[in-house]
Design a protein around this ligand. Structure first.
Ligand code: SAH
Ligand code: SF4
Ligand code: F3S
Length: 503
């Protein structure tokens, strides 16, 4: 019997090295995390193995991710667990387990999920053993879950953002769900309203070997009046600096050189910790991790961006020359209705301060057009800010009404055609401004981290500059993951064509 290990007695730090085939699963599951999840991983692994033996081939999983970097990072965690329990990776059409990690920030994200469900239902009709799971932000909305139960009964597993760390356990429940007389498995749904837990030390599988996102905090307390994120991601919770630094140190040892610190509002990082730490202090600690060459972060709320942060960025050789600073609107009146808590002038002053302290920085932003009550004159205010700041890029969105947010209940909703007109006018200025900024760097040389072979032309490589812009240049795929100096020969709007100068 000493072949088996009792997972309850394994130290947290050792868990990642545990041989799941040796875990004793004939005892009751551990109460504490993350040991409990490793126990369920071991159980799932047995099921996946015997299912594979029955089919005479390995089993495959497919993860389809919508939304932001947080979701992308969550998907890496799901992927890590699926891999541990024995699934290989395949496309949606070939997979035995398909999971959609959803986003609900704008309605079109939701519509895309329903579209995919239609397709995968066809696959499931041909192959009834396929299991379909839904998770992520959309699942935190009760009306969505109702709709899934009613109109998409072929879905096997539904869970939300707060219990994603229990995925191994949920997967086990899904793989062992009862079947009805017709052979259909009962849908497993588990949605939590909140959680205080920040569970460390679960496996994750990175998309790129050389770069990684790292959550530094979860949730959001800002309640911008248009935004659903605080409702679906819960209250702000920061991870302990020591846990973050440990994770980054492990990533560096594993070959990661570029990291992106993730949070809905990184500038308020650490305020709610037992021993409060500022984001700038965290950056200083992260900078000391050997092997890390580039540090990025997302997203900064203008109201919380400190002078200390600007100073740390200006001093640093590792923090990338890029700041994403969502504006949302350039009209003080609209900003107030949005509950953004800064004015047009405050934003302009901040942007100027940043550009003065870090002249080569690229500043990008997010803008919403069509917020309730917005007039063409408000859009002109936004355009004025775009021109004065000279954004290097801006993501522009048409306002999308999200049920349950204060803005959804506002009476003066803007007609779609009016919003669309403002949007097109803004987009033109955004594109002209960004193009002019990018063209100004033509002929310069810059360091690029080679990310992949160009998807349109396999003679080209694609690299990312410190300022987050992409450059395409001829080169051999063995440079992927390395830093090269490139000459930015021609600017093509939002990217460059270039040549390697030296390795
Ligand atoms: N936490 C980040 C933003 C996360 S959502 C921040 O505050 O910067 C990403 C972007 O989606 C937002 O910046 C906003 O521009 C846009 N967005 C959020 N809710 C929206 C809505 N209801 N309609 C249109 N765009 C929205
Ligand atoms: Fe949404 Fe505002 Fe929070 Fe960003 S800061 S996630 S826009 S509520
Ligand atoms: Fe979407 Fe959730 Fe991110 S709603 S934008 S995936 S936090």
């Amino acid at each position: 019997m000493d072949f088996y290990v009792d997972i309850k007695n394994i130290e947290t730090e050792e868990l990642k090295h545990v041989d799941l085939d040796r875990v004793n699963v004939n005892c009751s599951p551990p109460v504490f995390e993350p040991q409990r999840q490793y126990y369920f991983m071991a159980k799932c692994r047995q099921i996946v193995k015997s299912e594979g033996e029955r089919l005479g081939r390995p089993l495959y999983a497919c993860i389809h991710t919508f939304g932001c970097q947080m979701n992308a990072r969550d998907s890496e965690k799901l992927s890590g667990i699926l891999h541990e329990v024995g699934y290989g990776t395949a496309g949606e059409e070939e997979a035995d387990f398909v999971i959609y990690n959803t986003c609900t920030v704008r309605d079109n994200a939701n519509q895309r999920v329903y579209g995919r469900l239609g397709v995968v239902n066809g696959c499931k009709r041909r192959n009834p053993h396929i299991r379909i799971a839904l998770c992520g932000c959309m699942m935190q909305e009760p009306s969505v879950v109702e709709k899934i139960k009613k109109s998409y009964p072929f879905v096997d597993l539904v869970f939300g953002t707060h219990n994603i760390y229990t995925f191994a356990e949920l997967l086990y429940r899904c793989l062992t769900a009862e079947r009805d007389a017709a052979g259909h498995a009962r849908m497993v749904t588990d949605i939590w309203q909140e959680t205080d837990a920040v569970v460390e030390d679960l496996p994750a599988e990175r998309k790129y070997p050389f770069k990684s996102g790292i959550n530094i905090m979860y949730g959001c307390n800002n309640f911008c009046s248009y935004c659903i994120v605080p409702y679906v991601r819960g209250r702000e919770r920061s991870r302990e600096p020591a846990d973050i630094v440990r994770e980054i140190t492990e990533l560096a040892a594993d070959g990661v050189t570029e990291i992106m610190l993730l949070g809905q509002n990184v500038n308020s990082y650490g305020k709610n910790l037992g021993r409060p730490v500022s984001f700038a202090q965290l950056l200083r600690e992260v900078e000391r991790v050997e092997g890390i060459r580039r540090i990025r972060f997302m997203t900064s709320h203008p109201k919380d961006l400190s002078d200390e942060l600007i100073a740390v960025m200006a001093d640093s050789h590792k923090i990338c020359r890029h700041l994403h600073l969502p504006l949302q609107s350039g009209s003080t009146r609209i900003l107030q209705a949005m509950n953004r808590r800064y004015t047009k002038e405050q934003y302009l002053t901040l942007a100027e301060k940043i550009r003065r302290a870090i002249p080569d920085i690229s500043v990008t932003t997010d803008i919403i057009v069509g917020f309730p009550g917005e007039t063409p004159a408000d859009v002109d205010e936004t355009i004025d800010v775009v021109r004065r700041v000279g954004f290097d890029n801006a993501f522009t969105f048409l306002y999308s009404k999200r049920t349950g947010t204060p803005a959804a209940a506002m009476e003066n909703q803007v007609p779609e055609d009016v919003a669309k007109r403002g949007f097109d006018k803004l987009l033109q200025v955004v594109q002209d401004t960004a193009r002019a900024r990018a063209a100004g760097r033509e002929g310069q040389s810059a360091e690029a981290l080679v990310e992949e072979v160009n998807s349109h032309d396999d003679r080209l490589l694609t690299g990312r500059l410190s300022n987050n812009m992409l450059v395409h240049f001829p080169g051999s795929p063995d440079l992927i993951g390395q830093y090269v100096n490139v000459r930015l020969e021609t600017c093509r709007g939002f990217y460059y064509m270039g040549q390697i100068l030296e390795k």
